[in-house]
Design a binder for this molecule. Sequence first.
Ligand code: FDA
Length: 309
Amino acid sequence: MALLDRAIVSALPAVPKPVVRLISQRYIAGERIEDACGVVKDLNAAGKMATIDVLGEEVTTPEEARHIAYAYDDVFRAIDEQALDSNVSVKLTGMGLKLGREIAKQNLQRTVRLAAARGNFVRIDMEDSSCTDDTLAIYRELREDGLDNVGIVLQAYLRRTLDDIDSLADLTPNVRLCKGIYVEPLKIAYHDFDQVRANFFRALGALLEGGSYVGIATHDEWLIHEATRLVARYRRAREQYEFQMLLGVRERRGDELVRDGHRLRIYVPYGEQWYAYSLRRLQENPKIAGYIASDTVGRLLPRRNGARA
Ligand code: FDA
């Protein structure tokens, strides 16, 4: 499978842009904020919450970083004006982390303050392992400055994650827990599928034990099932956790979670940089290309017993 995934990825730059757009439009809301708001409105009508991400990671100047940070002003305004049930997700590299830690911190601080003024919330996505220490440190600094409307992401594939949960415990952090999407060396990350699952399960238990609000971000059926059991075991009320999924992925399973009374938040990326973003995500992790290819083929072929969701 890995070979096939890699073959798909290396063929990608040859695929015409309109075709990439056709495939990626399922996973990306569009280029404009109006596109994102339209998608969020539909999700809200279906009982799902959202988190809006403005695309743009590899900024090369402080002005570009500021441009992305300022794009969130419009997002908060649109959320309020249209009474949408959505918070936002940000990437620190988009806010300038690779140009200087202080640049990213200032852009983030401004965005979190703006969110606070509007009663909204900012989730800091977690990027590759070169960003982990800075991201956790900046998160701590903001919390110690009294900003509470900000949360972090932890990746179950990282061997350090249980230690990170321990060292963040004094903050009772609001955490999105996911498996992790970047390709990391074996020295610092589990590669084995079952080990990642097991670490996700352990990390979720530790976070619930510590009283954290957890965004359980996975489409993995086994983990979804075990997570519902864990939140019940910890007697978590509906408002004390949520499931999270990516736009366009396992939608029918998401509907079931909502029907079963769980809260579900959908990650809604939008922006002019959709093409670069799509290619980069696929090149970073060829496994995703495999998912998308099989999903696309699955949609074109007649459905067998409604097996896919
Ligand atoms: P797994 O990879 O086993 O997937 C289970 C099934 O879901 C697959 O068999 C496939 O059918 C389907 N699937 C999963 N991903 C798909 C995709 N992209 N397209 C089509 N089908 C797909 N990572 C990170 O490093 N930092 C972050 O900040 C975030 N943020 C984030 C937010 C949210 C809301 C989600 C849901 C995920 C993330 N991730 C992330 C990504 C995450 O780390 C992980 O790579 C994916 O969620 C896939 O892992 P699963 O747990 O779904 O399991």
